[in-house]
Each structure stands twice: as C-alpha cells, then as structure tokens.
Write a protein that binds this ligand. Sequence first.
Ligand SMILES: C[S@@+](CC[C@H](N)C(=O)[O-])C[C@H]1O[C@@H](n2cnc3c(N)ncnc32)[C@H](O)[C@@H]1O
Length: 270
Amino acid sequence: MDEIRNYVKERYAKAIRNASSCRGAPGCCSGAGSADIFSMTKGNYESEVLEKTPEQMADQSFGCGNPIAEANIRPGETVLDLGSGAGLDLFLASEAVGSRGKVIGLDMTDEMLSTAAENLKDLENVALVKGYIEEMPLEDNSVDVVISNCVINLSPDKEKVLKEAFRVLRPGGRFCVSDTVFLRPVTERAVKNLAAWSGCISGALLEKEYGEKMQEAGFEQVDIRRGKIYAVPDALASMAFPELTAEERSEINGALAGAVITGKKPVSGR
Ligand SMILES: C[S@@+](CC[C@H](N)C(=O)[O-])C[C@H]1O[C@@H](n2cnc3c(N)ncnc32)[C@H](O)[C@@H]1O
C-alpha cells in the first residue's frame, strides 16, 4: 500500500509545483499534469463561483467534478474533504458552513498542504490535517458531511477509505464525492496506459462495484450519478497510446466517466 501512496504523493507534489509555477499561462496547467489533450478539471465550476476564490486556485485544482455543488452544505456543519489538495473545495465549503461551522482538509502530501495553508490563511473555520484517507486521524461520529474530489480512485484500499468515512460521519451524516468510475470492464493494459496519461484514473472502480463497496461499508440511499463521459477519439488515442491496438483503443473510448457518489450513514449509526 505504501508503495502506491508514495508514488501518488510524488506525482501530486510535482503537479502542484508545476501548477503553482506556471500560474496564468494558458494551457500550462491542465489538471493532473496531463497537458491540454485531456483536462478532467475544466468546466467543473461556474465562472461566478471561481471569481470568488483567489485567482491561482482554479489552476491548482485537480478534481474531476464539483462535490460542493451537490452536497447541500448548511451553515454550522462540519465538513471533511478527503484529499483536499490546494484547497478549492475547502474554500467553497468554508463559505457554505459559515463562522459557526468547520471545514477539515485531510491530505498526505506536504506540498499540497503548504499550498492550501497559504491559499486559505485568512479563513478561520478551516483546519488542515496531514494524514491518510485509509486511516483518518479523526474521532468517530465527528463530521456532518464527507466530500472528496477525484481522490478515492487513487487509493490502494478503497474499502478501508469508505469504512473510515462511515466511521467519522455522525449518524445521519452525508457522503458526497466526485470521482472517476469505469462504465465497463477494460483490460489491464488499457488501464495502465490510461493511468500513465492522467493521474485521476489509475484505480477507478467499476460503477457497480463502487455502489457495492458503499453498501458494504454501511451506507444507505447509495446513488451514483454519471457526469462527463470521457471520449477518446481514435485519432487522439493513437497519438497518446501508440502501444495499444485499434481494438484496445476503441475499448477505452467512453469507458470512463466522472460521477457523483452519494450515500447516508443511517440514523441508527449502524
Ligand atoms: C487528484 S488530487 C485532487 C485534489 C483536490 N481534491 C482537488 O480537487 O483539487 C488528489 C489529492 O489527494 C491526495 N491523496 C491521494 N491519495 C491519498 C491518500 N491515500 N491519503 C491522503 N491523501 C491522498 C493527494 O495528495 C492530492 O492532493
């Protein structure tokens, strides 16, 4: 497990260094360092929403959706963001919970945490915590809403992450996460090529499996709503994946989607 986490850590430390150093240069920073050909982050937030955030934060975002738009966060709530990165969703959640609420950003990568600390230094209701989403350094039943943006697919132990999210949520608490999912099985070779291309794909689950794992963790009212389906036209795929056969290229076209995964911890707490 540590080998994968260290690889992911290095990758995102590098990605945030690049994103921060090429601020304002169009096309320089598109998502997980995947260059212009395949940005997963573009268009996830309305421009009026981004206008409220510090200028650099949109370029430092590596998400594949917008969990804040779906989470119905209320004033006074405690929100936990798993893999909070440079903090765009923390910024927006901070506004939604207001001064009576609290927002916690959990991330394992020092460079992400220090960038977020700088971006959010004026926000008193945000706390940044260093740690792993598989072993959350948080109390049981202490959080109203768990959000996350394109992180759980990167975890080598997704069952553990979902169980931990369930543990820290208070009874009746909500889980509302943006992530990538496979819509149909693809061969290991094709997945490896996709993973090398964009960091937010590596370990994406099949849509159906995600739902099953949520239920196994204890969540009820589980729902998976597809968003963008990532099309990889053949001309682009043959450039990006020269080692894949035509059949493998057509296999990956439209196999991956962004999705919003929601669920609730039962009021009984179990
Ligand atoms: C794709 S980026 C998303 C960042 C942020 N959510 C956003 O929307 O910009 C993945 C983030 O998750 C963090 N991360 C990945 N795996 C993690 C793990 N197992 N435990 C804690 N943090 C993790 C990385 O350090 C990185 O900041």
